[in-house]
Design a protein around this ligand. Sequence first.
Ligand code: MRU
Length: 358
Amino acid sequence: MSISEENGVEAIIWQDDHLKLLDQRILPEKEEYLSYHDSDAVASAITDMVVRGAPAIGITAAYGVVLAARACFATATSDWKSPLADSIQVLADSRPTAVNLFWALDKMKAVIEKLPMDVNPEAALLKIAIEIHQSDIAANRTMGEFGAELIADTQDSGRSVMTHCNTGALATGGLGTALGVIRTAFDKGLIDHVHADETRPWFQGARLTAWELMREGIPVSLNVEGAAAHIMKTQDISWVIVGADRITANGDVANKIGTYNLAVLALHHGVRFMVVAPSSTIDMSLEHGDDIPIEERGPDEVVAVKGQQVAPEGVDVFNPVFDVTPADLIDVIVTEKGVVERPTVEKMKALMSNERLH
Ligand code: MRU
């Protein structure tokens, strides 16, 4: 069964009894799905970025728990919950920054706790995994509408937007977060051009965002990250629109490395800065962004491009793959629960307690 929709790109498919992931490491050259029947292999797929993007990682991990539960129930003599807890920990250790991973695993754990030992847990867990997947699709649609309304309200300031990394169908269950807003705004005739940062070192912008937008006929131009200030100064950009991997209680936002640069530049150039993320990305347990674990990846991503060494052999590399944009640089956070302008602790609390904000 396939439950994603919208534009034909499906990063994550639960088919019959197993998980299929579109291998994002080889896009756009090849569109190839890999099949998973084993939760440790799913954890490796997350670590190796076969699948990536905060909401997509959470959805994938939920399906990974289904696979783990099946194996544990089939092999454990009586207590399947202990080995299952170990497999869930392997999934939790796959990547550190996107909180959607831990949010999804917590949802699965809450169901596991209530299940009796003598009942096969697979069906109950698959139901929750599908709910997590479907709720992300619905959240993407709602955020698309909220974000497009904001763009409609600022029509005087330019017809193009800038985005970073990949926040589209490949990074989520549905339309995308920031890219969902961009798609919706384009459909409504509110914007006519997207500037996409290439997003070093993994090239999510060049390989994935440019590919997604071109498939849909949305005009996009790709730029190196160093061009962002020049583009903001010389092109008619109304908004920088980005996703998030974790948002803390005060509205600080961890997102793909380079996002913070864009927020500083946006302030200087009078360009508005919008963060789009489902509430599953909000971590109210952390006071501020300094508490967010920032993933550092290996040097190969920086010193080589497609396996071709471009830096001197043996050079030292520092490769943090996320940064934290402070709340005071953010004009608005768009979630499916509502919109928070100029985020503060009080406004984030009100959002999460479901008070109407939009
Ligand atoms: O390292 P990645 O590709 O998983 O990082 C993804 C991002 O930073 C995205 O911008 C973020 O997850 C929002 S995606 C909807």
